[in-house]
Design a protein around this ligand. Structure first.
Ligand SMILES: Nc1ncnc2c1ncn2[C@@H]1O[C@H](COP(=O)(O)OP(=O)(O)OP(=O)(O)O)[C@@H](O)[C@H]1O
Length: 203
């Protein structure tokens, strides 16, 4: 499968463009690093590809066709802050049930321990919580994953564990992966290709 952002232009304010005619493509099985300085629009592009924001002009295409706005989103975005992405009033079991991914095999693959399921998000560490964000993004119809600084807030051991989990899933399911990180060593280790986003907004 091929995920494409074609000629994407976007600005949060009228007349101001964060992205201008940006192009990006990721194929199944590919692990692409998206590299740019802070504020150049990496997270914005991630949100556009995952359908959270509509580009002002340009298109997001999956195998040449627009992704329907309703129904399961085949492009799943995982954020830096799992604590913001998970409903604080739900127990962790409900979070997994929402994603329709609650089964023993998945829990084992994610390193999720059974006794975590009866806890609330505030009762877990960020590394533990990030495993739930990843699990929730792993519905059967997921074809592409976008990892936006998903381990920046973690210690090195948790970082390695989380990346092992993600890379195992990507390989097992032949997903396409887009990695947003400031850590060039991480990008070197994880990615098969790098894309450099230019600074359109400030020209
Ligand atoms: N919701 C928003 N409303 C207005 N401006 C925004 C919003 N989100 C981001 N921006 C601005 O858009 C620009 C691009 O932000 P974005 O988060 O996409 O960049 P980034 O490359 O991911 O940055 P970083 O590496 O620091 O995370 C920044 O100047 C930011 O201040």
């Amino acid at each position: 499968m091929l995920l494409e952002g074609r000629n994407i232009t976007f600005g949060y304010r009228k007349g101001e463009f964060i992205l201008q005619n940006s192009n990006i493509s990721v194929t199944s099985g590919e692990r692409v690093g998206l590299i740019a300085k802070s504020g150049y629009g990496k997270s914005t592009l991630a949100k556009i590809l995952a359908g959270y924001l509509n580009p002002t002009t340009g298109k997001v295409l999956l195998d040449g066709k627009p992704i329907p706005p309703k129904g399961y989103q085949p492009v799943q975005l995982i954020y830096q802050h799992p604590e913001k992405a998970i409903n604080p009033r739900w127990k962790m079991k409900e979070v997994l049930e929402e994603g329709n991914v609650f089964n023993e095999e998945m829990m084992k693959e994610m390193g999720i321990e059974k006794h975590w399921l009866s806890r609330y998000p505030t009762e877990l560490s960020l590394g533990e919580l990030q495993r739930f964000s990843i699990a929730r993004a792993m519905g059967k119809e997921t074809k592409f994953l976008i990892a936006d600084e998903i381990t920046t807030m973690l210690d090195v051991i948790s970082q390695a564990q989380i990346w092992n989990i993600v890379l195992n899933q990507v390989e097992k399911r032949n997903l396409g992966l887009l990695v947003i990180t400031h850590n060039i060593h991480l990008a070197d280790r994880v990615c098969t290709r790098m894309v450099y986003l230019e600074d359109h907004g400030k020209k």
